[in-house]
Design a protein around this ligand. Structure first.
Ligand code: KIV
Length: 326
């Protein structure tokens, strides 16, 4: 596991650019809730994307199109709390969902602002190429860093005719390279390259001074991004070529839940160690252990049963180190 203490300091777009300059690979993942965000930040991830993929992995939809601004903000807030409860180091990027930026410039600015003001995101991500360069420039100038996303852009699933590899032909390759250049020129601080040939991803990465983050784009990008649930193996039916599973949580979760069900049915759970008694705690004043993976210390009886993420303000509770110097 990466040692988070090795790289201290809040990750910003400046950190990512510097990582590219130094040839240090960037590790980005999606997150949708406080518990996983906390764990990813503790593990040392550089960037957490609150992706509109939540429509698929959290909501069970076939695509990302129905995700709303309010849902994005809700999940962003949860992720921001999780990161703040850990080291506060990971940069939080929020996807602008389908039709939150396409209808008008004013609406786009307002919605990007909501993700920052209400969701506590530190940057937004837009799908699409040169046609969004003006908007990216405007948002960057207004103080909202923008990450681009080209190649397979899932919000265009219907015009693309499905989730298919992009940029195989010469013309499409040239177009994607032009898109990447236009987004860089407009002030995007990084670009996601999704499902394109590795040779094209390498070419785009070499042509830009801003980092590229690949998903199904081969090894020569400046960093990689995966959907957390894919990496953890939560869905056994979903096995695209570009995903590497680092766990098989589908099996482990079913096994843990099966054990719980058995123990409930046989009366093995809860045991005496999981039960409160009328006299012991009250009479002795002794506390109980934090529930559900909480702290190590005994807690006062009134605090028993809080969830696994400590209650804390969204604003980071500890001072954040400045970005690493160059
Ligand atoms: O929504 C998402 O999760 C994404 C990543 C796959 C890059 O856009």
């Amino acid at each position: 596991m990466a040692d988070p203490s090795r790289r201290r300091g809040k990750v910003t777009h400046l950190t990512l650019r510097e990582m590219k300059r130094r040839g240090e690979r960037i590790a980005m993942l999606t997150a949708y809730d406080a518990s996983f965000a906390r764990l990813c930040d503790q593990a040392g991830v550089d960037v957490l994307l609150v992706g509109d993929s939540l429509g698929m992995v959290i909501q069970g939809m076939d695509n990302t199109l129905s995700v709303t601004m309010d849902q994005m903000i809700y999940h962003c807030q949860a992720v921001a709390r999780g990161v703040a409860a850990a080291s506060g180091r990971a940069m939080i990027v929020a996807d602008m969902p389908f039709l939150s930026y396409q209808a008008s410039r004013e609406e786009a600015v307002r919605n990007a602002g909501r993700l920052v003001k209400e969701g506590h995101a530190e940057a937004v991500k837009l799908e699409g190429g040169a046609e969004w360069a003006d908007l990216a420039r405007r948002l960057s100038r207004l103080g909202v860093p923008v990450m681009g996303h080209i190649g397979l852009t899932p919000q265009s699933v219907h015009t693309l005719g499905g989730f298919r590899v992009q940029g195989r032909g010469e013309e499409q390759s040239r177009q994607l390279l032009d898109d990447a250049r236009a987004l860089e020129e407009a002030g995007c601080f990084a670009i996601v390259l999704e499902a394109i040939p590795k040779e094209l991803a390498a070419e785009i990465t070499a042509a830009l001074t801003i980092p590229t983050l690949g998903i199904g784009a081969g090894p020569d990008c400046d960093g990689q991004v995966l959907v957390l649930y894919d990496l953890l193996g939560m869905n056994e039916e979903f096995r695209p070529r570009f995903v590497k599973r680092y766990e098989n949580l589908a099996v482990r979760v079913r096994s843990a839940v099966g054990n719980y069900i058995d123990e409930v049915r046989t009366g093995q759970f809860p045991g005496p160690e999981h039960s409160f008694s009328r006299d012991s705690a009250a009479a002795s004043g002794a506390g109980v252990r934090a529930a559900a993976g909480g702290g190590e210390a005994d807690l006062p009886i009134e605090d028993a049963g809080v969830g696994c993420v400590p209650r804390c303000p969204i604003v980071p509770i500890r001072p954040i180190q400045p970005a690493r110097a160059g």
